[in-house]
Design a protein around this ligand. Structure first.
Ligand code: MG
Length: 228
């Protein structure tokens, strides 16, 4: 019997237009740092640095962008980095949004299940998006949030699941994990003994224990979810 739902955050509870994100960020960076920024290297160091940020080895946005420019061996002033930090937060509203019927969906689900977020995203950004763009705290509908930034481990270590299960007092088999990535959510959660709900937004020919195409579908299948 499924008693709790754990959710992935990025592209599950929060939608992103990744092309737009990258194009806008690139514009912001080039405006401050100049046209000579090597884009391919920037992308590479962005990704590497992002992975450190996700597990809290980098503490804030200044450290994040500063480290990228250090790796690029570019001479950028603190003031320029601060400007990039501010502009990056300002542009986030252009590329992130909530899935349709987010509030309604979670209010309904909370009547039937305990709800948690278990995420490997960059916590300060998720927190900012909910507080400043969506205008309510991420915690609003959830009993618990476990994130890699605070715990120091990524989701694929399994440790975030252990922490969430222990804090909420559930066995893995009493939990269904809801996520948009077959590999990083469905296969992973299955490996740790949880039931799986695959949010199959890209119409992949893959299945979780239950497969849905949008978050709000969950409300229609509550009884089915309980009995996975
Ligand atoms: Mg995701």
């Amino acid at each position: 019997m499924v008693l709790a739902l754990f959710f992935d955050l990025t592209d599950t509870l929060q939608d992103f237009d990744w092309n737009k994100q990258w194009n806008l960020l690139q514009e912001v960076i080039m405006k401050e740092a100049g046209d000579e920024v090597p884009i391919e290297l920037l992308k590479k160091y962005y990704q590497q640095t992002y992975d450190f940020y996700r597990i809290g080895k980098i503490k804030n946005d200044f450290e994040f962008f500063d480290l990228i420019f250090r790796q690029l061996a570019m001479n950028i002033s603190n003031k320029q980095i601060e400007k990039i930090v501010d502009r990056h937060l300002e542009i986030r509203k252009e590329f992130t949004s909530l899935p349709e019927k987010y509030d309604k969906t979670l209010i309904e689900l909370a009547k039937h299940f305990k709800l948690a977020i278990v995420s490997s995203g960059v916590w300060p950004w998720g927190d900012y998006d909910f507080e400043k763009i969506f205008c309510f705290p991420m915690k609003k509908h959830f009993d618990l949030i476990v994130n890699s930034y605070e715990e120091g481990y990524l989701k694929d270590s399994g440790k975030l699941f252990d922490i969430a299960l222990e804090k909420m007092g559930f066995d893995a088999k009493e939990v269904a994990y809801v996520g948009n990535s077959y590999e990083k959510d469905v296969l992973l959660a299955k490996q740790y003994g949880m039931k799986t709900i695959f949010l199959n937004k890209k119409n992949e020919s893959l299945q979780g224990d239950i497969t849905i195409t949008k978050l709000s579908d969950l409300v229609e299948i509550i009884d089915q979810v309980k009995l996975i």
